[in-house]
Design a protein around this ligand. Structure first.
Ligand SMILES: Nc1ncnc2c1ncn2[C@@H]1O[C@H](COP(=O)(O)OP(=O)(O)O)[C@@H](O)[C@H]1O
Ligand SMILES: [Mg+2]
Length: 221
C-alpha cells in the first residue's frame, strides 16, 4: 500500500533522514519508534508532501507521491493527524471534523464517517459547538485525530497520537481506530514503545534517521 524506499531528507541544510525504507501493507499497523529528533515527524511530513526529499521514492497504491502537494496526497486517502494537533481556532469542533469529509470523494456517506470519528472520541460530542481556540491540548489532539478519521482514510498517519491524552484514552483510541472503518486502515504512528509493543503488528526503530531494526511481536527495543 505505502512503500517508502531509501528516503533521504534534509531540513534546514542538515541531513535528517538517511535512507529510510519501510512498507505499510493493507490492514497493517506500523509504528515508528525513536528518540526525540530521530526523524519520525520528518518521515510523516515527507509522505504528506510538506518536505521535498533529496532522493528516494514513495508510492501509495502504486502512485508516485514525490511530486504531489499535501492536498493531493490527502485526496488519495491519506489522513494525517500532526504532532502539533493544529485545529482551526475560528471553526467549531463539529466544523473542524466535518471539513475532512469535503477533501476527497468517498463512496461512504459523510455522516457515517463523522459518526465513526465521534465513536472513537465520544467526549467530543459534548464540545461540538465549542470553538477550536477554546480547546485544551488533549482536546485539540482528539479533534485532529477525529478529523483525519472523518476523511475515511485508506491510510492514517498519526504523529504522537497519545500526547496530551489522559491515560486510558490512548489505548482505547488505538484499539478502536483500526476497526473503526469498513475500509481497513493502516496506521503509521510514533508512539511510546510500551503502547506500540502492545498494539502494533510491526515496529520500526528510527535512530538518527536510519531504520536500524524492524520486528514483529514480540520485540524489545
Ligand atoms: N523546522 C525545522 N528547522 C530546523 N530543524 C528541524 C526542523 N524540524 C525538524 N528539525 C530537525 O530535524 C531532526 C528531526 O526532527 P523530527 O523529525 O521532528 O524528529 P522526531 O519527530 O523523531 O522527534 C531534528 O534534529 C530536528 O531538530
Ligand atoms: Mg516528532
Amino acid at each position: 500500500m505505502l512503500a517508502v524506499r531509501d528516503l533521504v531528507v534534509d531540513v534546514q541544510g542538515s541531513r535528517v533522514l538517511r535512507g529510510v525504507t519501510f512498507d505499510v501493507g493493507e490492514g497493517e499497523l506500523v509504528c515508528l519508534v525513536g528518540r526525540n529528533g530521530a526523524g519520525k515527524t520528518t518521515t510523516m511530513r515527507s509522505i504528506m508532501g510538506f518536505r521535498r526529499p533529496v532522493s528516494g521514492t514513495m508510492t501509495f497504491g502504486g502512485q508516485d507521491l514525490l511530486a504531489l502537494r499535501p492536498y493531493q496526497v490527502a485526496r488519495l486517502g491519506i489522513g494525517f493527524a500532526p504532532e502539533e494537533s493544529e485545529v482551526f481556532g475560528e471553526l467549531t469542533v463539529a466544523e473542524n471534523i466535518a471539513m475532512a469529509t469535503w477533501v476527497c470523494p468517498n463512496p461512504r456517506p459523510a455522516r457515517e464517517r463523522i459518526a465513526e470519528a465521534y465513536n472513537v472520541f465520544p467526549r467530543l460530542e459534548r464540545y461540538r459547538e465549542r470553538g477550536g481556540q477554546a480547546l485544551s491540548g488533549g482536546e485539540r489532539k482528539m479533534v485532529s485525530i477525529a478529523r483525519a478519521l472523518a476523511l475515511g482514510p485508506k491510510l492514517l498517519l498519526l504523529d504522537e497520537p497519545t500526547e496530551g491524552l489522559s491515560t486510558g484514552s490512548p489505548v482505547s483510541a488505538h484499539s478502536a481506530m483500526p476497526c473503526s472503518s469498513q475500509n481497513r486502515i493502516s496506521t503509521t504512528c510514533p508512539i511510546s514503545p510500551t503502547v506500540s509493543m502492545s498494539l502494533s503488528a510491526e515496529k520500526l526503530s528510527l535512530p538518527a534517521g536510519r531504520k536500524r531494526r524492524a520486528g514483529t511481536r514480540p520485540w524489545h527495543a
